[in-house]
Unconditional design. Structure first.
Length: 665
């Protein structure tokens, strides 16, 4: 997973004594498949077995590694054993593969003791056991931000790299046969950047320094890392340009000790053995797609998703063994229960999520015919924890009441709640988070779940600690996860319809207002019909942020005030409108002053005066209990679609709208 996104993670738990009661509930009895799923989940839940095989038999499943390729072939075989058709779906190829072997390191002098460290994938190993003294590089380009640096930082980094190269070339003997202590704090990426993308310009900036150290005869570099040590990746363009200089990320306590010893003039000698191996490409990599075909609406799919790859400093047990193993077990439970769903249920184990959602994006690009038929996508990627409910669009509430009824009394420790949400969000426009985002970008509904967990996720997220032992205390959670995933997938495949209307905002410009009291209102802004007035309001919101309050609430009209930001002083004369004294009815958002607005909640005949700039689309009923003095907790402008995103409110655009309004007079 690229970033922790807990609302995207579905996790569940089971405590065996409570399942018998759930299995005899009315809803379970009404659906024999659900009853059988619950019975099997209670008596023969094998979710930890699949996590064990994937993490301990194959290890870290880095995309482009033998471990990942072998794990995908095993998954296809395992689905076949359950009578589920599965196949490898090609995502892409890498020019060079990478495999990680064992690694070890120790201090030889002045004290003999082991060292705790890791190396990013796609970086060099040692030539067997290599021992050498420690030298320190004084020039420090590594303390300047490496990801998306500003132009100023980029110039500083170029200068610092040039200074470091000069330092090495001026006295190569100082670095010959030495482990070189470099500056900066590692965040897990390779010394020379990753993936060769513009986002990481180190891939273009650092090689001259690396080449200078290689030419001088250095053994490798050592950089400081906080504990837990993050281990991410580098980039290899071709077999002809393999990295040769090891890139060690050493835990802070060891690094600091070595640095202190060097500063005191003490000779430090270290020994490392790092078995990082490369594989000539092209190296293909695949998603795994397993399908239980529908019997009626075969072309409508319920998609379970979880990424199968991981970074390989650990074995990918939390990220994302906690996700794919319950999904695999859910498919087994459905099949073993004799499930023949109306809609197709598919599980996709995605490749290369850690490299930018590559596997899910590729599947969607390669299968456009599936987009409209996907009823819902249920993704799991995050902490091992217990699900406490799901949040669905208002139009889905009734079917999900039936779907989730067997879950309400499933586990008293984690009561389950179904919540309807009337506030749609814009579709994401950029990748990030996890694979469900790839689907949401295309308007495909994804299920929101609430995850309760006491697991400290950053302990394992892309670190050396991401191993099977982290899951063991959460075995009950994982079993419950599989059970509830099966019930949700089965229910979504057999109930419905689940319309897409209301899942995401339609194209347009919106304001989302939340008050400290909890009242929340969403309104669509009439940027086509009243562009000048909407621009005034948008400028006010985006410049002032959340500063503001409700100043009056009576007779169904809520009057709010936003603290004017710089350039929008209170008292500024509003541009003239065709009819600024017009009065409006219920559900209308009115711009009533240079920094004030009215929301008409009631049906008072005369309404509020001022130009109408929008209409309420959600949350109107929450205005009933709003009182004067209620602070604005959050107010934001949401843009959905290209046209609304292009609606400009900067000074030049705003002044052009003012001139146009004067001409219309």
């Amino acid at each position: 997973m690229r970033t922790p996104a807990r609302w995207l993670c579905a996790s569940f738990s089971v405590f065996v004594p409570f399942l018998a009661a759930a299995a005899t509930g009315q809803e379970a009895a009404a659906d024999p498949v659900v009853a059988r799923i619950l019975e099997l989940g209670r008596g023969d839940n094998r979710v930890m077995e699949w996590a064990d095989v994937a993490t301990n038999r194959f290890g870290g499943r880095l995309t482009g590694s033998d471990a990942y390729a072998n794990a995908t072939r095993w998954a296809v075989w395992q689905f076949g054993r359950w009578g589920i058709h599965a196949e490898l779906d090609l995502v892409g190829e890498l020019p060079v593969g990478f495999n990680r072997g064992p690694w070890s390191g120790r201090m030889i002098a002045p004290n003999a003791r082991p060292l705790y460290f890791g190396t990013p994938s796609f970086t060099a190993g040692t030539k067997g056991v290599q021992r050498g003294r420690v030298a320190r590089l004084l020039a420090d380009p590594f303390s300047i931000p490496g990801r998306n640096p500003s132009a100023e930082d980029l110039a500083k980094k170029r200068a610092a790299v040039a200074a470091a190269v000069t330092e090495v070339q001026a006295d190569p003997a100082a670095f010959a046969g030495a482990w070189v202590l470099i500056g900066g704090e590692s965040i897990g990426f390779a010394r020379d950047g990753r993936r060769g993308t513009p986002e990481y310009p180190d891939s273009a900036l650092m090689p001259p320094l690396t080449n200078a150290l290689v030419a001088a005869g250095a053994l490798g570099t050592i950089q400081r890392s906080a504990d837990p040590i993050s281990i991410l990746d580098g980039h290899v363009e071709s077999w002809e340009r393999l990295p040769v200089l090891p890139d060690i990320k050493l835990v802070d306590r060891d690094y600091d000790e070595i640095k202190t010893l060097l500063a005191a003039g003490t000779k430090v000698e270290l020994e490392f053995e790092i078995r990082n191996w490369f594989k000539p490409g092209p190296v293909p990599y695949h998603n795994v797609v397993a399908v239980i075909p529908g019997t009626v609406q075969r072309d409508e799919w319920v998609v379970l998703g979880a990424h199968f790859d991981s970074f390989d400093g650990g074995t990918g047990a939390v990220d994302n063994g906690s996700g794919f193993s319950p999904a695999m077990e859910a498919m087994r439970l459905i099949r073993l229960a004799g499930g023949a769903p109306r809609r197709t249920i598919a599980l996709i184990l995605f490749a290369a999520e850690e490299n930018g959602l590559v596997g899910s994006l590729a599947w969607l690009q390669n299968h456009p015919e599936r987009h409209q038929g996907i009823t819902v996508m249920i993704n799991r990627d995050g902490s091992p924890g217990a699900i406490t409910g799901v949040t669905v669009p208002q139009a889905w509430h009734a079917p999900f009441q039936r779907i989730t009824a067997p879950l309400l009394q499933l586990e008293p420790r984690w009561p389950f709640a179904l919540t309807a949400n009337e506030y749609p969000e814009p579709r994401p426009t950029q990748i990030g988070g996890t694979d469900s985002v790839s689907f949401a970008m295309r308007g495909i509904p994804t299920l929101r779940v609430r995850n309760e967990s006491d697991y400290p996720y950053r302990r394992a997220w892309h670190t050396l600690y991401d191993t099977y032992g982290e899951l063991v205390p959460y075995a009950d959670h994982q079993k419950h996860t599989a059970l509830v995933t099966a019930v949700l997938a089965w229910g979504a495949a057999n109930h419905g319809p689940l319309p897409r209307d209301g899942v995401y905002l339609p194209d347009g410009l919106f304001v989302d207002l939340t008050l400290a009291s909890g009242a929340r209102v969403m309104a669509e802004l009439a940027y086509r019909d009243a562009p000048l007035w909407v621009a005034q309001f948008v400028r006010l919101v985006e410049q002032a942020g959340v500063a503001g309050r409700i100043v009056a609430s009576a007779d169904g009209i809520v009057r709010g005030e936003i603290d004017a930001g710089e350039g929008l002083k209170a008292g500024e004369e509003l541009p003239l409108a065709p009819d600024p004294a017009a009065r409006h009815g219920a559900g209308v958002l009115v711009l009533s002053g240079p920094n004030s607005f009215c929301l008409i909640a009631g049906t008072e005949p005369e309404g509020a005066a001022g130009p109408a700039i929008g209409r309420v689309i959600a949350g109107g009923k929450t205005l009933a209990n709003v009182v004067a003095g209620d602070p604005i907790k959050r107010i934001r402008i949401l843009r959905s679609g290209a046209e609304a995103s292009a609606f400009a409110t900067d000074d030049a655009a705003y002044e052009a709208l003012r001139r146009a309004a004067r001409r219309e007079r």
